[in-house]
Design a protein. Structure first.
Length: 278
């Protein structure tokens, strides 16, 4: 996964990464957390009626130059570009989301990176349920505490991996996957489905998530919630308020236009310092 316009230092600046860099676990972990806390998970392009581009150069431009976010293929794709620049081996993996009432195809994409002979699950693009740092594939059937979240990785009867989240005292299935390697082009059909199908959650509703060291901020349709150190504050957001909330909480600048109804116009991200002043 390479982009001709990829610049590692610009990427580090975008995700607020500082410190020494090496092809080791410390860099892998710190880079993942920095990107997770800086680049929002968002489906604004889908809400504009666009098919999300999987061209690497366009992903880089969107997230790094235009300071936008994206969904799993874009966010994890950008992370893969950085891994390649650092010389950290990785493979793309197709995952089956398990958060739906019925069985779904493998439309989610994750990364398995290899460091010091061990394999690590890396995923920055599963919305509000995503892991917050790499998970060792040998950490089976044990509580994996990451900040204020607890995950568990196990093997099902078919020996696929199953990732779960402890949600209000109940283990919630997130997704299952195996280590059959995927090429980048293999995700084109799933991306088209997620971008266009009427049953896609990304087509049906606006979704924006930004993780923070203390928790996360989530906008789902007209509902916003902020979670900090286990405390949740919820509110409803009118159509007229969404643009200002995107800028204030996610540093995403977006205008609403009224014709037969409301729709989002093109979005760009602004510096958090200017957004905080509004």
């Amino acid at each position: 996964m390479k982009a001709d316009n990829f610049n590692l230092q610009a990427y580090f600046s975008r995700i607020n990464f500082q410190g020494s860099v090496s092809a080791d676990f410390s860099t892998l972990k710190n880079m993942m957390r920095c990107q997770l806390f800086s680049v929002p998970f968002e489906n604004l392009d889908v809400q504009f009626g666009k098919v999300v581009s999987l061209i690497p150069e366009e992903i880089y431009t969107k997230i790094v130059d235009q300071k936008r976010g994206g969904y799993c293929y874009e966010i994890n794709g950008l992370f893969a570009m950085a891994l390649g620049e650092l010389g950290i081996p990785y493979q793309f993996v197709a995952a089956r989301p398990m958060t739906y009432p019925s069985r779904r195809p493998k439309t989610h994409m994750v990364i398995v990176a290899s460091v010091n002979g061990e394999k690590w699950l890396c995923d920055l693009g599963f919305g509000s349920y995503t892991i917050r740092e790499p998970v060792n594939l040998n950490w089976l059937d044990q509580d994996i505490k990451q900040d204020f979240d607890t995950f568990r990785l196990s093997r099902n009867p078919k020996q696929d991996y199953l990732l779960q989240l402890l949600d209000n005292g109940v283990w919630k299935d997130l997704y299952e996957f195996n280590l059959c390697p995927q090429e980048w082009i293999d995700f084109e059909p799933a991306n088209y489905l997620n971008s266009t199908h009427k049953d896609s959650i990304f087509v049906q509703s606006l979704m924006v998530v930004l993780h923070t060291p203390e928790g996360k901020k989530v906008l789902s349709g007209d509902r916003f919630k902020s979670i900090s150190e286990g405390m949740t504050v919820k509110s409803s957001v009118s159509k007229e308020e969404i643009a200002s909330l995107l800028q204030r909480e996610f540093s995403l600048q977006c205008q609403l236009e009224q014709d037969s109804g409301y729709r989002f116009s093109e979005a760009k991200q602004v510096d958090s310092s200017s957004a905080a002043g509004d």
